[in-house]
Design a protein. Structure first.
Length: 442
């Protein structure tokens, strides 16, 4: 049993703000009267609708799919009838084709939803096909289709899987609660992906500020071959996959490289618990645990919500706003995306809905850089944030590229520590976008 605590160089220690919800058990959300399900809530090709307006659908029924390999199907999260198919505003900020389903109040489960049998009796190919059909995507935020991640090219040998239970984003406690309340699903999911990739070693990496989760997962894996819990330093951005690989295995993913380049696959514990549920019950990804919290939420909660429920309906179940909101975020305060309306639907990657009051949301005024170097010390990628930001402000993206702007993981650590309150991550994000788009064109 490992007692050593692992970590990486750089990073920051923002206030955790997890006390509001870390002890709150997962509650089933009130069943929504209707859901709006985006046909694109993942990285890759959007789905085409498989239903038409007026069709009756049941829970777990596939309603959208794509022939592309890099894509993930979407399923009905309630039973009822298809009201419309068309553009709707989503958490990404743009309008996306969505299927709106009006509930019949029955929550009838589709005939295709059946337990998948013992993982030991399934082949690698069958496991991957089940994961793909279930619409699995990374639920930590990025939304990369899981079956693609688990199908590395033949020239890449994977020997290690890491389950990411760091949950280093302040405020969020959904993964923490999943580890406490659904450990058997995580173990089942871990067994499935280990077999799918042909890997014998799987670490469950958890920050040491969650000792109850470390203990629960250690008990849950006892007697299961190849699984090991690794405690990590509680530091942001410990949950970034490259930092996590470095902390757990000591391996460095090269600049521009991927985890598979150093023999690793990293998946979030919430994703793996859902995969476990897919094998145990047959239900595809139609629900997820979301932390609803922040200084302007009346009754913060960890809710088991149906994909497609509007933010406004979820917030209402938490007693609504306790005061006028200053900022609404899909995800956490460091890497989440600010929302300008509560009419957006929760998607597979909605790990949290954070609502800050006006005081907490206030952006301090920026002053000139004093060359203190704090942003350099904090950057987990060892970049020079003040230099990249300066070049971005000058529209000098070629120069920004020379400072490795494209390697920025947009963690916001530099902005957090900057005493001059420079808009570092915002300007660096702009430079990164320009550099990547230039490379794509080339
Ligand atoms: S430059 Fe990018 S990776 Fe480095 S601290 Fe800032 S946001 Fe994070
Ligand atoms: S932390 Fe802020 S003030 Fe200090 S060097 Fe970086 S940008 Fe300049």
């Amino acid at each position: 049993m490992s007692t050593k605590v692992f970590t990486f160089k750089g990073g920051i220690h923002p206030p955790h703000h997890k006390k509001q919800t870390e002890k709150l058990s997962i509650e089933n959300a009130v069943e929504p009267k209707f859901v709006v399900i985006p046909l694109s809530q993942h990285i890759g090709a959007p789905c085409d609708p498989l239903v038409q307006v007026g069709d009756k659908v049941k829970v777990g029924q596939k309603i959208g799919d794509s022939k592309a390999f890099v894509s993930a199907p979407v399923h009905a999260s309630i039973s009822g009838s298809v009201k419309s198919i068309g553009l709707h505003i989503t958490t990404g900020g743009s309008k996306v084709n969505c299927i709106t389903i009006e509930s019949d109040g029955l929550f009838e489960v589709h005939e295709s939803v059946k337990p998948k049998g013992n993982i030991e009796d399934l082949s690698k190919e069958e496991i991957l096909a089940i994961i793909k059909e279930a619409g699995m995507t990374g639920m930590g935020g990025a939304g990369f289709p899981t079956h693609v991640k688990l199908s590395p090219p033949k020239d890449k040998t994977i020997d290690t899987i890491i389950l990411n239970g760091a949950e280093c984003e302040p405020f969020l406690t959904a993964d923490h609660r999943i580890m406490l309340e659904k450990p058997e699903q995580i173990v089942e999911g871990a067994k499935a992906i280990m077999k799918a990739v042909g890997v014998e070693k799987c670490y469950i990496a958890i920050e040491k500020n969650k000792p109850d989760a470390i203990e629960t997962m250690r008990k849950a894996i006892s007697g299961v071959n190849g699984l090991e819990v690794v405690p990590l330093e509680a530091k942001y951005p410990q949950g970034d996959e490259k930092r996590m690989i470095n902390a757990v295995t000591g391996r460095e993913v090269p600049s521009g490289g991927l985890p598979m380049d150093v023999g690793c696959i990293v998946d979030n514990v919430g994703t793996i618990a859902t995969i476990g549920n897919v094998f145990l019950t047959g239900m595809p990804l139609v629900q997820r645990v979301t932390t609803v919290t922040g200084s302007a939420i009346k009754n913060p909660k960890n809710l088991y919500i149906r994909i497609g429920t509007l933010f406004k309906d979820i917030i209402e179940q938490c007693g609504g706003f306790s005061e006028e909101p200053g900022k609404i975020i899909n995800g956490g305060p460091m890497m989440g995306i600010v929302q300008y309306t509560t009419e957006v639907p929760a998607i597979k990657g909605t790990s949290g809905i954070l609502v800050l009051n006006k005081k907490d949301a206030k952006v301090p005024e920026a002053s000139n850089c004093i060359r203190c170097g704090k942003c350099v010390d904090a950057c987990p990628v060892h970049l020079q944030p003040f230099m990249i930001s300066r070049q971005a402000i000058l529209n000098n993206f070629e120069e920004a590229e020379k400072y490795y702007a494209a390697d920025c993981i947009e963690c916001g650590s530099c902005s957090f520590v900057c005493p001059a309150k420079r808009p570092l991550v915002e300007t660096i994000r702009l430079a990164k976008k320009e550099v990547i788009s230039k490379r794509k064109k080339a």
